[in-house]
Design a protein around this ligand. Structure first.
Ligand code: SAH
Length: 347
């Protein structure tokens, strides 16, 4: 039998039948996990004790261990999880106006190796499974309480692990899973070959966040080496096709790097590229990564860049970054071995 969290909860009753017990125990177990936040079989007090014991031995529910959790003054809180094979991943919860937003990782490390991001420093370790992605949500919920939005913006490139990512999103959205609305889910990707078309075919109205970061193919390929064969216009056209399929305007993510992509001429080029596309621009101030030589432009430069886009009719936000104090902000998640900062709590 596969790990339970790798299986859609709608199929749990049959798995229980295959084990020789009644189907309703499977439905009940799914409710315990996704709606009541149970973390182990022993908590499911209305399942027969011998069944709980058997499940505990044969099919442990959670495979990840919580190594550390750390908080920042701005309310962002990170958890460091160790997977069954010793691989480590980080996930973050952040306060928002309507409730908490959780940010989940999709891979151990990242193969794209963006020049300004800590996640790809050691390349790709491996893909995370559907269950390992869901476990991050369960751990964050357990540590920090209920969440309202999910962003697939942690470590890893979702576009290279779509089976597991879309499977996890299906569970997040299903009534028998977390029962979330697709409108409260955002998936961030560099848009590798075939990924946006696959999300379009899947058809659920989640929001796409497309990491662009440059206005010429040459600069984009330098900054995002893992997308070397993809052209910007071709990628934007695919994002438009996704909009046509699921009706959701997409977000363009653009990390502002001083002296690299923050010139006013580049703002104009960006406006030209996005002219008449159904998107919103999210400008992200660069968050410091120790090993990297970039700097964040001044507030004035970033605001002037934003203003140029607005003058050209685009809807723009200059993102506030949560979690910077504890390296939990965009681009700061990495394959850590030890608890992240001195302010973290070891558990
Ligand atoms: N692999 C996905 C998710 C990455 S994290 C993707 O590339 O879209 C979400 C966003 O944070 C991406 O747009 C990413 O490029 C951006 N990011 C990476 N490093 C950053 C940094 N140091 N400062 C600010 N944003 C960063």
């Amino acid at each position: 039998m596969p790990a339970l969290l790798d299986v859609h909860p709608a199929a749990w009753p049959q798995l229980f039948v295959d084990m020789g017990v009644a189907a309703f125990h499977g439905r009940n177990a799914a409710r315990w996990v996704f709606q009541r936040g149970a973390h182990g079989w022993e908590e499911m007090t209305d399942l027969p004790a011998d069944l709980r014991q058997r499940l505990q031995q044969e099919h442990p529910l959670a495979t990840a261990k919580l190594l550390a959790s750390s908080g920042a003054h701005d309310g962002a809180e990170k958890v460091l999880l160790e997977m069954h094979d010793g691989a480590t991943v980080e996930a973050v919860g952040m306060p928002g106006t309507a409730g908490r937003t959780i940010c989940l990782s999709t891979q151990v490390g990242c193969p794209v190796r963006c020049k300004f991001c800590a996640s790809g420093l050691d390349g790709l370790g491996r893909n995370l499974s559907q269950g390992e992605i869901l476990e991050q949500a369960l751990w964050l919920q357990r540590q920090q309480g209920p969440f309202h939005r999910v962003v697939i913006m942690g470590m890893g490139e979702a576009g290279f692990n779509l089976d597991a990512v879309l499977g996890a999103l299906d569970v997040l959205m299903d009534e028998e899973g977390f029962g979330m609305s697709a409108r409260r889910i955002t998936l961030s990707t560099v848009g590798p070959q075939g990924a946006l078309a696959r999300i379009a075919a899947w058809g659920r109205p989640i929001t796409l966040a497309l990491s662009l970061h440059a206005t010429t193919d040459e600069l984009r390929q330098q900054l995002l080496p893992g997308v070397s064969k993809r052209g910007i216009v071709e990628t934007l056209d695919e994002a438009d096709d996704l909009f046509a399929a699921n009706g959701r305007e997409y977000t363009i993510e653009y990390v502002l790097l001083e002296g690299i992509n923050d010139a006013l001429t580049q703002a104009t080029e960006l406006a030209d590229l996005l002219f008449q596309r159904r998107c919103h621009v999210n400008l992200i101030p660069y968050n410091t990564v120790e090993e990297m030589d970039y700097t964040c432009p001044s507030r004035l430069v970033m605001e002037t860049f934003a203003q140029r886009l607005q003058e050209r009719g685009l809807s723009v936000t200059l993102r506030r970054s949560l979690g910077r104090q504890t390296d939990a902000a965009c681009g700061q998640l990495r394959r850590r071995q030890r608890p992240p900062t001195r302010t973290s709590t070891e558990v």
